[in-house]
Design a protein around this ligand. Sequence first.
Ligand SMILES: [Zn+2]
Length: 481
Amino acid sequence: VVELEYKIGLEIHTQLTEAGTKLFCGCDSNYRKYKPNTNVCPVCLGLPGALPVPRKRPIILALAVAETFNCKIPESMVFTRKHYFYPDLLKNYQITQYEKGGGMPVCLGGMLKYYDPDLDLWKKVKLRRMNIEEDPGKTEYSEGNILASEFAYVDYNRSGVPLLEVVTEPEIPTPRDARKAVEYLLLTMEYIGAMNPRLEGSFRVDANISVEGGERIEVKNIGSTLDLERALRYEIFRQRKIIEGKGIVERETRHWDPVRGITKSLRSKESEEEYLYFPDPDIPMISTEPLLKEIREKSIITPEKIMEKISRIGINRKMAWSLVTIKACAETFLEAVSIGADPIISSRILAIDYKGHLRKSGMSLYKRENWPDPVALKKISDLIRNKAYTYDEIKYNIIPKLVSDPKMIHITLPEKASPEKLITEVMNEERKAIRDFYQGKKEALDYLVGKVLKKAYGKAMDPKKVRNLLEEFLYKNSNIY
Ligand SMILES: [Zn+2]
């Protein structure tokens, strides 16, 4: 069976959560911490006579993202009004950028290069454009959805928060690539300091999918990268079934339901003319040249550059990527190496064991203060490098302490326990486990290793060494037990 081909294109709406202000007023871009309708002013409430004043920082951040992906940035930027009526849009128009409506977007073209860790490959998808626009307010229904609710609440705290919309060409090869590309875009924006993708609602994706023989379908309301992959798989399957059954896939907009894992028809697609786009007469044209100059003076840090830097230190790419995906972890690593920590040992501690402990303890991986002080990391790596302690001794005895107190600089070294003595003690106490071992129950050995480690509590001991000694002991003494 030859499967029908498909095409995927994405519109990624990212909030510039770190911009500091809304797009056209001084209200906070981080609206989540406020009580409803308290992060507002005459401008973002659309009151008569209030005039929008473009803020520099959101525009700088948007241009920095455009620069990173080698987009073509026009000499000037023009904002456009997009008209529609909805309770969360107070002015009855949204200020956006639209090149066909006499406007000028942040940029055109460009290339979203993203890393696929499974294949260890950099891949590319062409970008169509990026534009800045205002986020509308937020509608909350008393019973959770529009049909069941008698009334709705509107909160304008989000109204006017800057969004950067990134549009790709419809050439993404698979749902998994769509996910990887978006994850990479979000990571890049985090490195640039434009956004925090882990904040609730900080990005939304609309996906276009067309399967050979059918019209293009747009799926809205995708709020996570995992859901993006799921929604695309679902749509490709659904559209293929219709076409293979000689049905017709008509152009429409569908809504992703993450709970049920399906898409539902929302409306047939409206045409662009219905929005009556025209350039906003209240906002002057913005020249991009001086802003770009400012951006180029400081070099932009990207995950790709950090990945290259870490690889050059001699770390393999899989490990390097594991460090890079968490900015706070990559920063800690580079600082520790810069003061002389062993790169191989430090990368293993941070990307595997420390990260694992942080996860288990439920602490955020994304806060720099939860990662160890580079000085402590250097001390630990020296102990292992100089063979004062084995990696496992450090792993079991120091790392848990460091996770609970990441600011710790003075590493108090546990006294080394003598495994031989403890093994003899355990052998005298655990007759049943020993019999189990001789009867071929391999898990009895794990149990005995655990008992020895427990006895060594607080002292450094290498579990691998204990296991080897135990095995040796059991084979030597099989005639006694
Ligand atoms: Zn405001």
